[in-house]
Ligand binder design. Structure first.
Ligand code: AVI
Length: 317
């Protein structure tokens, strides 16, 4: 095993993390962007979430893709460059690649190490496929590698990650993806659907407490990386359905009055006050088509499961 780099011994705080946490704890209502969930432990806990009995989105989307990808292939011409946004350790990619006969696969992810590992594993399983990983933040326009620039692309954005953005940000992201993918692009995107509140809340507040641990891990990360003294045991995980905004909200609620410091700054919260940590918007069929249209995409086809829990949309630029 190679010697540990200083960053692995003691994580160096990301200045953007520090800025978001300090601003988020100062703001009213308090809110910290959900992207900071995903340190190593948070990513592991998220993988665990995707296998929970209550968390239906992952297995439902996989089943839809298994059924739909043959038809996706007939609606998109062969030889497109498949560009996956936020590829992570996706188990869904091989389902698509197995059907659409791409000329190349371009996974884009902000985490270089994760990206290289999963790209290498995928290339091994698909001999002959050109895999061109790009380490980048896909919320900004990404220049595709020279070898594929100008070729028609099929964007792939599974997982309902679009739901973690408020609608105005979701529209911006759809427009940015359109710009990154270029002329004649198509997009295959997963979106979770509106359904009864009990099913939704259970998916984000599982009986085994995995989602609670995922949410509370943010406090441990703050303590570790930003020299914080937040008493995590004085907080509880809350998942609630906000019907007006059609979203699940996750919060960390103080169960008693607390005072703590983060990066040398003092904070206090009264019992019952919360830090808003995540939104997960759900889209009905019309909402989804309207969102796509606002983002510059023309909806072409849509596949759902028998219970209408989740949808995969195909759209054209
Ligand atoms: C990554 N994202 C689509 C998940 C979701 O369902 O909104 C994140 C998540 N948060 C709690 N459980 C899952």
């Amino acid at each position: 095993m190679p010697p540990l780099s200083p960053a692995e011994v003691e994580p160096i705080a990301d200045p953007a993390f520090r800025a978001d946490v300090l601003a988020g704890l100062t703001a009213r209502p308090r809110a910290i962007p959900a992207r900071w969930f995903y340190d190593r432990r948070g990513s592991e806990l998220f993988e665990d979430i995707t296998r929970l009995p209550e968390y239906y989105p992952t297995r439902t989307e996989v089943a839809i893709l298994e059924r739909a990808c043959a038809e996706v292939a007939t609606l998109t011409d062969a030889g497109r460059v498949v560009v996956e946004f936020g590829s992570g350790s996706s188990t869904k990619t091989p389902i698509l690649l197995g059907h659409v006969d791409p000329s190349a696969y371009v996974p884009i992810d902000i985490s270089g190490a994760f990206l290289r590992d999963s790209a290498a594993a995928l290339a091994k399983d698909h001999p002959g496929l050109t895999v061109l990983p790009v380490e980048a933040d896909f919320t900004r326009a990404v220049a595709l590698p020279d070898a594929v620039r100008g070729k028609p692309a099929l964007g792939f954005f599974p997982g309902s990650t679009i739901g973690n953005l408020v609608p105005v940000q979701a529209v911006d992201l759809l427009r940015t993806m359109r710009a990154s993918l270029g002329e004649g692009a198509m997009l295959l995107i997963g979106m979770d659907r509106v359904k009864d509140a009990a099913t939704l809340v259970a998916a984000y507040d599982d009986a085994g407490g995995v989602t609670a641990a995922f949410n509370l891990n943010l406090l441990h990360r703050i303590n570790r990386e930003l020299d914080g003294t937040i008493p995590a045991e004085s907080f509880r995980h809350v998942a609630r359905w906000n019907d007006d905004a059609a979203r699940i909200e996750m919060h960390l609620e103080a169960v008693e009055d607390v005072a703590f410091t983060v990066a040398g700054r003092d904070f206090a919260m009264r019992a019952g006050e919360t830090i808003h940590t995540e939104n997960s918007h759900k889209y009905g069929d019309r909402d989804a088509r309207l969102l796509l249209a606002a983002g510059g995409w023309t909806p072409r086809a849509c596949w759902t499961d028998a219970d209408d829990r989740f949808a995969v949309h195909l759209a054209e630029a």
